[in-house]
Design a protein around this ligand. Structure first.
Ligand code: AMP
Length: 219
C-alpha cells in the first residue's frame, strides 16, 4: 500500500494521543464503503503510532479495523467479556486481549485505556457504548473526546436527532457541540489532539437544579 507524505506529517502531529477506542458494528453493513472506512482508519492509527482499543471481536467492522491496524504494524488492545470469548467471536491475533467478567467491566476498562472515542457505523452496541461515554462526560465523569466518523452519511439522522434534543430542551447546546462528526480522518485526529472539553452544565433548568441543591461535584 502507498504511504504518502500526509500520513508521515500526521504521524508527527499525533504523538500526544497514544490510544484511541473505536466502537463499531459487529456486522460490516450492506455497503463496502463501511469496510473501506474501517480499513482506512485502522491503517492510519497504525501509521500514526496510536494503539487501537476496541471490543476484541473478529467479526464485522470490528474485525476489519483490528486487522488493518495489525497489517500496518500497529498495536491492538481488545477488551472482551468471557461470554463473547465462549461464543468464539474473540480475535485471536491482537497484541493484547483482556478478558473481563461483564459488559459493564468492559466499558469501564475501555474508558480507562483510551485517550478518545470514535464511533464508526454500527448498531445497538456501538450506540450504547458511545452514548455511555457521552453520558458520563456530561456528568463530569471523564473529559475525553468523542467523535462520530461518517461514511455514506450514516450518522446524519442521529445528528439531526441530537439537534431535536437541543431544540426540545432535553440536551444542552454546548454538550451537543462537544463532539465531532465528519468523514475526514485528518480533521478528526486534529480535533482530538486539540480537544478542550466543554464547561457546560448537564441541566438546562436552573430553578430545578437549585431546588435539588445539586452541583456538578455531587454527581
Ligand atoms: P453492534 O453495533 O450492535 O454490532 O455492537 C458492536 C459493539 O458492541 C462493539 O463496539 C463491541 O464492543 C460490542 N460487540 C457486539 N457484538 C460483539 C461481538 N460479537 N464481539 C465483540 N464485541 C461485540
Amino acid at each position: 500500500m502507498f504511504i504518502g507524505a500526509p500520513f508521515l506529517l500526521a504521524a508527527r502531529d499525533n504523538r500526544r494521543m497514544k490510544t484511541l477506542c473505536v466502537y463499531c458494528g459487529s456486522n460490516a453493513g450492506n455497503d463496502p464503503a463501511y469496510a473501506a472506512l474501517a480499513r482506512t482508519l485502522g491503517a492510519r492509527l497504525a501509521i500514526d503510532g496510536i494503539a487501537l482499543v476496541y471490543g476484541g471481536g473478529n467479526v464485522g467492522l470490528m474485525g476489519i479495523v483490528a486487522d488493518a491496524v495489525l497489517e500496518h504494524g500497529g498495536d491492538v488492545i481488545g477488551v472482551i467479556p468471557q461470554q463473547l470469548v465462549d461464543w468464539e467471536v474473540a480475535h485471536k491475533g491482537v497484541t493484547r486481549l483482556e478478558i473481563v467478567d461483564s459488559m459493564h467491566t468492559r466499558k469501564a476498562r475501555m474508558f480507562e485505556l483510551s485517550d478518545g472515542f470514535v464511533a464508526l457505523p454500527g448498531g445497538f452496541g456501538t450506540l450504547d457504548e458511545m452514548f455511555e461515554m457521552l453520558t458520563w462526560r456530561q456528568l463530569g465523569l471523564g473529559r475525553k473526546p468523542c467523535a462520530f466518523l461518517d461514511g455514506n452519511g450514516f450518522w446524519q439522522p442521529l445528528m439531526a436527532m441530537l439537534d431535536t434534543m437541543v431544540r426540545e430542551r432535553f440536551l444542552h447546546a454546548e454538550q451537543r457541540a462537544d463532539m465531532w462528526h465528519g468523514s475526514d480522518i485528518d480533521t478528526l485526529l486534529a480535533w482530538m489532539r486539540d480537544y478542550v472539553p466543554a464547561q457546560a452544565d448537564k441541566w438546562l433548568d436552573e430553578k430545578r437544579r437549585s431546588q435539588l441543591k445539586l452541583t456538578s461535584e455531587d454527581v
